[in-house]
Write a protein that binds this ligand. Sequence first.
Ligand SMILES: NC(=O)c1ccc[n+]([C@@H]2O[C@H](COP(=O)([O-])OP(=O)(O)OC[C@H]3O[C@@H](n4cnc5c(N)ncnc54)[C@H](O)[C@@H]3O)[C@@H](O)[C@H]2O)c1
Ligand SMILES: N[C@@H](CCC(=O)N[C@@H](CSCO)C(=O)NCC(=O)O)C(=O)O
Ligand SMILES: [Zn+2]
Ligand SMILES: [Zn+2]
Length: 379
Amino acid sequence: MATQGQVITCKAAVAWEANKPLVIEDVQVAPPQAGEVRVKILFTALCHTDAYTWSGKDPEGLFPCILGHEAAGVVESVGEGVTEVQPGDHVIPCYQAECRECKFCKSGKTNLCGKVRAATGVGVMMNDRKSRFSVNGKPIYHFMGTSTFSQYTVVHDVSVAKINPQAPLEKVCLLGCGVPTGLGAVWNTAKVEEGSIVAVFGLGTVGLAVAEGAKTAGASRIIGIDIDSKKYDVAKNFGVTEFINPKDHDKPIQQVIVDQTDGGVDYSFECIGNVSVMRAALECCHKGWGTSVIVGVAASGQEISTRPFQLVTGRVWKGTAFGGFKSRSQVPWLVEKYMNKEIKVDEYITHSLTLPEINKAFDLMHEGGCLRCVLSVHE
Ligand SMILES: NC(=O)c1ccc[n+]([C@@H]2O[C@H](COP(=O)([O-])OP(=O)(O)OC[C@H]3O[C@@H](n4cnc5c(N)ncnc54)[C@H](O)[C@@H]3O)[C@@H](O)[C@H]2O)c1
Ligand SMILES: N[C@@H](CCC(=O)N[C@@H](CSCO)C(=O)NCC(=O)O)C(=O)O
Ligand SMILES: [Zn+2]
Ligand SMILES: [Zn+2]
């Protein structure tokens, strides 16, 4: 192919500074080095975590950078030593890598991978600790090892999942983050059993995917909690059986839930990123066994607290990254589940725009009616 080994100049949305509108720039994307893959991104969605880093509250946020981590595309070229993907393969970039060789990958205890995390946390590629993106010679940082708000990106080979080429990329891009995170929080991290009572705090994409996961796990009650009462109508389609708006109650929300569930829920999930709600989510769990899973990402400087007695009396506090899924192994499996109509994806897509409309897409994200907005990157 003509572009292999060449610098590609393409359009990308650059975050020059925290909180300043993204700017569509002509970006130079260097060829992939050893162990790297250059991907033509066709569709990318926006996740709340992109907005979080853009806000300047992420301690790992570096500017200028190219954000984006929920996407799908086609391999354009590969660097030396890359064997598992080749040009033309349909792929989903994975911010949570899976090398299958490191201490984490071999532990059998976690989906976290240590191979490239130190580089991706500081916005560079592992090989030479440099960025593959530049604008007129000025380096632009990578983000989460994915940087999908660009027509072309470079990722580590351990951070890309090859998927069924029949899968519609404008839909399965969502399997790069929010939907697997919610499903996996239930299936892998909490391991919710049939008959359980579940509470989901925050009914955005991640919370709705938690509800969907809990429904398929056979939960008997799925209580959705959100400060926006309009969320309940949509949430019913994802399995939420009851709804509570904390604003409708004088008592603390954990007390309201304990009163309505004969002592508390079996499992709760915080899908907002609010440390006060994380506390409420733990404290609404049943004494002796209730487990609360933190999914939401809280800003730099925020800390969680509770009385240790809550844990002494048997409640368990956990967290999850990418729902505990091993990315390269399990994203292709999730794509197959979608193709077999076993999991929802289309239902989370409320808006479709193009890359140049990305600032509008971020505005939409903060409106109650938006779950996921998918951007067509080459239109
Ligand atoms: N751990 C992971 O791997 C992972 C992956 C994806 C997203 N996340 C995080 O999960 C969180 C949710 O992501 P999302 O894309 O679904 O976000 P979202 O903004 O679409 O949804 C958040 C929901 O919470 C509700 N909410 C806000 N404040 C509330 C409060 N005090 N009480 C009750 N409800 C409240 C909002 O009305 C909204 O419906 C974010 O923090 C995101 O960064 C984590
Ligand atoms: N940089 C942030 C941490 C952000 C964070 O926790 N990210 C999640 C994924 S959010 C996807 O929308 C994650 O996977 N964390 C594990 C990891 O980053 O290795 C901060 O420092 O606050
Ligand atoms: Zn995300
Ligand atoms: Zn690894």
